[in-house]
Design a protein around this ligand. Structure first.
Ligand SMILES: N=c1c2ncn([C@@H]3O[C@H](COP(=O)(O)OP(=O)(O)OP(=O)(O)O)[C@@H](O)[C@H]3O)c2ncn1[C@@H]1O[C@H](COP(=O)(O)O)[C@@H](O)[C@H]1O
Length: 134
């Protein structure tokens, strides 16, 4: 990613959250994605001139899916470089765009949480073995 783009992201992230807020306690972070989803939902049909989310969603699910892929790639690049600080920023971008895609397609966080809960305690290795023998 171009350096100026990375710099723009860092400035935006700092402005949006403030350093203290970015270091959320564990209890708070459990509700963070639900809160973010509610904010995203509230931006449906909002003015794209004042809401980035509204602008993003107005571009449609294909563009949003493409954006998610780009954010994922950016996260992967920082992971490969071993830059944990930038990985945090890219992860936040990735989650935000993923939630925007859920909201666009009508997927509720509770549906994803339910799927994660269903998988809880089932080893990925066991699940994979069951898949190949079924
Ligand atoms: N969490 C986020 C969030 N994360 C990332 N972004 C934006 O996502 C964009 C990603 O940056 P990129 O450089 O990849 O994209 P870009 O160049 O700006 O856009 P493109 O032209 O590439 O599409 C930036 O503009 C970020 O500001 C976010 N925008 C909004 N939120 C949350 O959504 C809430 C509502 O925001 P608005 O809809 O703007 O009111 C905010 O209060 C935040 O809580």
């Amino acid at each position: 990613m171009a350096k100026h783009r990375q710099k723009k992201k860092v400035v935006k992230a700092k402005k949006r959250a403030g350093k203290n807020q970015r270091e959320l306690v564990a209890d708070d972070s459990q509700h963070m994605l639900d809160r973010l989803y509610a904010t995203i939902e509230s931006r449906k049909g909002a003015d794209p001139r004042t809401s980035y989310t509204a602008r993003l969603m107005a571009r449609g699910q294909e563009k949003l899916a493409q954006k998610l892929g780009e954010e994922a790639t950016e996260a992967v690049i920082e992971a490969v470089k071993g830059d944990a600080d930038k990985l945090i920023l890219e992860s936040a971008d990735l989650l935000y765009h993923l939630l925007a895609l859920w909201a666009t397609l009508g997927v509720k966080p509770t549906q994803v949480w339910a799927e994660l809960a269903r998988r809880e305690g089932v080893s990925g290795i066991t699940e994979k073995a069951a898949r190949t023998t079924a």
